[in-house]
Design a protein around this ligand. Sequence first.
Ligand code: ZN
Ligand code: ZN
Ligand code: FE
Length: 749
Amino acid sequence: MRVTGVVQGVGFRPFVYNLAVRLGLSGWVCNDPEGVLIEAQGPRRAVDAFLSGLREEAPPAALLESITVEALPLGEDGAFRIRESATGAPPTARVSVDLATCPDCLREVFDPADRRAGYPFTNCTNCGPRFTIITGIPYDRPNTTMAGFRMCPECRREYEDPSDRRFHAQPNACPLCGPRVYLFSGEGRPLSCGDPVREAARALVGGKIVAVKGLGGFHLACDATSEAAVARLRARKCREAKPLAVMVATLEDARRYGRPTPQEERLLACTAAPIVLVRRGEAPLAPSVAPGFERVGLFLAYTPLHHLLLAAAGRPLVMTSGNRTEEPICYEETDALERLRGIADLVLSHDRPIRTRCDDSVARVVLGAPQMLRRSRGYVPSALRLPLEAAEPILATGAHLKNTFALVRGRDVFLSHHIGDLENPRAVAAFEDAVEHLGRLLEINPRIVAADMHPDAWPVRYAQSTGLPIERVQHHHAHVASCMAEHGLAEPVLGVAYDGLGYGEDGTLWGGELLLCRPGGFERLGHLRAVPAPGGERAFREPWRMALAHLDVSLGERAFDLDLPLWRVCDRERAGAVLEATRAGVNAPLTTAVGRLFDAMSALLGLRAVSTYEGEAACALEELAKTAAGAAPLPFEVDVGERIVIDASTCIATVAEALARGADAAALAAGFHEGLALATARAVKAACERCGVGAVCLTGGVFQNEILTLRCCEHLEAAGLRPLLNRAVPPNDGGVSLGQAYVAAARSA
Ligand code: ZN
Ligand code: ZN
Ligand code: FE
């Protein structure tokens, strides 16, 4: 029997062994380059039972793709055994993702009679750290950060017993021989106490902020039900408004603090344990956890340490990445003690080193299926498949913001963990280290490097520094290609890339694009009507500037005579000066970015004049729109000339005049979403008819907007078209590396 899929490093061989022994079969099981190979011999009934057992009882982290069976002549009878792995197994199969604590281990941790009672590092072949602790290949204990811990005789026995759940569990440990937890004061002074986890829990209950070293880095934790505690965390971290994730102990708790659908529950409880955006539940969380948001990000405890901490605290905890704003998450103790000083009152640390920092993943369910918003811990480094084979190994350097990079070998693409915004030296160093480390683990030596078209963005400079031939991939082409790759599409599609911004082929800032895409190239069929971005980069953080530009395009001077909420946040005199410069073309690059149109609307309605984090203004607009469902669509013009142009100026003029008359902002926010979705559908339909394609990839950061996504899909389906969304990778810039990889692979083939 040949079993393919995710079957290595997930406890599959011990499972097969136990199943075979239970059914009295003889034969063997081993890992090999293609997955797992099994020879089983016995009475027909037992072999049949074995086959169905393989499918039905496989360990939770295993993902079976196929089982093919071949009849062989009878061999010798004998004990079933686990054979040594065939050499030459590709490293792809050797590096597993980090797995949330399994039910068996959890039972042991909370069983006072078990030798691992209360032990925060309990794990087995079905669960525990993998990617975050591996230092080299093959995946064996000396090549993990557990190398410095010597197994005690009891752990060793488990490790060597094929019938044991801990057979070849590389991070296997117990209180006698494994890592331990300890506490530091906020100033970094070691504290001695009986039970560090209990002590930390006590501090949390008392409203303190505790830095907790977890699986892929440090979290900052506080009581999620205490407004004072959450407000203090926000103030100390200088994080004004961006929603915070909340960790709960059990699915039952998730049902109290949230209202997950059955699909969202499955996502919460999967072995990756991502943060899942769910509707709020009956039990209240502190208001400033996710101020103004209908949904809250919940996730389940995923290591024994988290389980013990939550059990001792007896309440949900805010668990946000332990970093200073804009820097990567801390993962080394000395670094955390220094950088989190002044933020954390207490530091709960441990002595199992983290090799690779890995942020929590974020996902949601949209249109009946999960969609990643950040693909990192629990998913990396599992492979995605390209529709075609790359002729040579490729490194795709990804986007400048929300960076991930990708390595390609053949049809396999390995996306990196979330590296983040490459805006400071720490992030850049993290990128360089990760490229080198992942390349070594996967044994991929890139011969081609894919990079954005931007003349100067950091990933582009990195690409140039490698000295390898560079494939330039336009940002929105990459967005669309990421969606094509996910759906296995090699034939042309229509791509709708609604985005923050990206460097266009004509040197302007794109981000509202209708592109006819093939894997290797594209044609720009249409776009949002371009407007200037007053002040260039500043306009991306200050939505009032975009509102000004859009008002000027739609109404000209007349805008200044209207009584608008905008004039309460930026005075007309300053606005006049900025406009003058803009009209003169001073520092006012043209942009078609739909993300900036959302900013403009948000500022125009008086919601956010300035964004403290990317997407803040757009999120505020969407949340307001949710309160006025069913509003009439606002008018957008669609010019279906040679170049299709979606024009928002009528919409903006209508909004301004309605506001001046005192109209309800919520209805306008909803009407804006409806109108844009309708206009998009009209433009897409015209484009599809023109070039005879039926598949439409909706991608780019703006498609994190739920209302716009749902409405666009509805209208496109009604028009007989096939809308497709990103699922395994985010529609935002975190998915760009997959698209770059696909484009470069197609050009190499
Ligand atoms: Zn386990
Ligand atoms: Zn031990
Ligand atoms: Fe983008």
